[in-house]
Write a protein that binds this ligand. Structure first.
Ligand code: HEM
Length: 523
């Protein structure tokens, strides 16, 4: 017996045949085939997007309506350097789990952050480096390859080794920066943009770390905008993510007509050190002058039994060049940014400023001594909590488990990107009391010390993908901050510095909106 469904199917079949006959008669066979292929593609794309939007388990995760269908709005925010603030606003509206794109969820739940970034986690770093480009330590996805690479640097980046190898250079560079700040202020009525000097400080030290010779940016009085930084790379990647055709148009056509376009669309070409020069520098022998910590790390690895067991005792030339660039990009900016915000936070609170100045006034500036100063340490940790230089998205994927995973009660299907950002983790009211208030005293209470555990305080990330240079970064911040408060007691913020001017822009690292923090030096 014919069912009502069969009647419908028969009518649909007849309609389709009529339509096909009509189109074939009007456009000819070849054009009809093209139209059919395009139609099938469009129908497939739309239905699969609707399926992912409303019928995948992700539809239960709250978020703005458009995020269920597309990541376009998120990509626009990335393009404008606004991702961190956009995601924070979404957390404030929707809670600790938010769907920000059809295939991406963000979370500021400490339990999820702990799971995702734990040692031995199944969550893998998300990377858009194509297979044919040698990844650097920052972008390697495969955990085994990453583990091998990490071992190359482990010893050289321990606190003990760094105090021998890098501390004198960090101190000398901090002294140069303080001199530069003083001279700059003398030439401009006592007002100086300290952000610029802190950024040059961070950049100079990274050149020194990877190439043995600092490029003397501070001595040359270079301006910040003449230094190529990770910002360029971020803008370039943001364009790729937003629209590949627009990126290609910019890269191959527009970049020929304007230097600005060239720095945005061809940042990788501009920023890459010539490979031969880098490799020669980093393969220097033990007794050669100008050998870097980086070169030592590579050399030391030859004696590492575990690496030998893995059949790998040397880095290839391509790997060395990639890592030199990776360290420079990862390390040049966040130290300078954190220092800028530290000065901004302390100078807003004269009573805290007096305490820090009194604490550092008589001390010798060494890493071991400054590490033990309670007020300075508390001020650094509290600044890293609210205004750390690298508090932006850490994107991860879990592709191992066929049925996906569960986070915060939500099923996350395989292949979904999940991001945490310390900017929101550190502002989560479930994790921190009065989270938006900068209050260094929360770190003076010993019972707070467990907050340093990996779940709710992650300015340097956590687990195996934690910042390789944590000890170096902390040393740079401690020595430069001590140098500043000893040399410039009574410094004040210029009236031009406002919460609006210091709002953070998110370009791989976070920066003050106008790249400025003007201060007036005390007489
Ligand atoms: C205040 C300063 C710094 C902060 C807040 C910071 C923060 C971070 C964070 C959050 C990550 C993890 C990123 C991710 O997984 O997506 C990271 C990774 C990394 N950082 Fe830092 N960093 C700082 C300074 C530095 C410096 C000075 C260097 C270089 C000398 C450096 C080198 C690296 C490297 C190589 C990685 C990749 C580690 C890996 O994947 O194994 N960082 N950093």
């Amino acid at each position: 017996m014919a069912t009502p469904n069969a009647g419908f199917l028969a009518r649909a079949e007849q309609f389709s045949l009529e339509l096909a006959r009509h189109i074939t008669a009007r456009f000819g066979i070849r054009d009809t085939v093209v139209i059919a292929i395009i139609t099938i593609f469009l129908v497939y794309s739309v239905t699969s997007r609707i399926q992912v939007a409303y019928f995948s388990p992700l539809h239960r995760v709250p978020g703005p309506w458009h995020a269920h269908l597309t990541g376009l709005i998120l990509k626009l925010h990335i393009l404008y350097g606004n991702r961190a603030n956009y995601v924070q606003a979404l957390h404030e509206k929707y809670g600790p789990y938010v769907r920000v794109a059809h295939n991406e969820v963000v979370t500021c739940d400490p339990a999820a952050a702990k799971d995702i970034h734990a040692v031995g986690t199944l969550w893998r770093k998300w990377s858009h480096i194509p297979d044919n480009v040698t990844p650097n330590i920052f972008s390697i996805v495969d955990p085994k390859t990453h583990n091998i690479r990490q071992r190359f640097y482990k010893k050289a980046f321990s606190q003990l080794s760094l105090r021998k190898s890098m501390e004198p250079a960090v101190l000398a560079t901090a002294l140069e920066a303080a001199k530069g700040i003083k001279q700059d202020a003398e030439g401009s009525g006592g007002i100086v943009n300290v952000h610029e000097w802190f950024m040059l400080f961070g950049n100079d030290l990274m050149y020194l770390l990877t190439f043995g010779k600092g490029f003397g940016l501070i001595q040359q009085g270079k301006r910040l905008d003449s230094v190529v930084t990770a910002v360029g790379i971020h803008k370039m990647i943001a364009w790729v993510e937003f629209s590949l055709p627009l990126f290609l148009l910019g890269r191959f056509i527009l970049s020929r007509f304007s230097t600005r376009m060239h720095t945005i669309f061809c940042a990788d070409v501009t920023v890459n050190p010539t490979k031969d020069e880098t490799v020669a520098q980093l393969r220097m022998k033990k007794d050669e002058e100008g050998r870097t910590v980086f070169a030592e790390a590579i050399e030391d690895a030859k004696e590492d039994e575990m690496l030998k067991g893995q059949g790998k005792t040397r880095l290839t030339d391509n790997e060395i060049a990639a890592d030199a660039l990776g360290f420079r990009l990862a390390g040049s900016e966040p130290v300078g940014v954190t220092l800028t915000y530290l000065i901004w936070c302390v100078l807003q609170r004269p009573e805290v400023q007096k305490l820090v100045e009194a604490e550092v006034a008589e001390v010798e500036i060494t890493d071991a001594i400054t590490e033990k100063l309670p007020i300075l340490s508390a001020v650094i940790l509290e600044t890293l909590r609210l205004w750390g230089g690298n508090a932006t998205a850490m994107r991860r994927k879990e592709d191992e488990t066929a049925e996906g995973t569960v986070l915060g009660g939500y099923r996350i299907p395989k292949g979904t990107t999940v991001s945490t950002q310390a900017y929101s983790l550190h502002r989560n009211p479930e994790a921190w009391e009065d989270p938006f208030r900068w209050d260094h005293t929360r770190w003076l209470d010993p019972s707070q010390s467990h907050a340093l555990s990996q779940d709710r305080f992650q300015p340097f990330s956590a687990g195996t993908r934690m910042c390789s240079a944590y000890h170096l970064a902390m040393m740079e911040i401690r020595l430069m901050a001590t140098m500043f408060f000893k040399t410039f007691p009574g410094a004040k913020l210029s009236p031009s510095v406002t919460p609006e001017s210091m709002a953070m822009v998110d370009r791989f690292n976070l920066f003050p909106k106008y790249n400025r923090c003007d201060i007036i030096l005390g007489s």
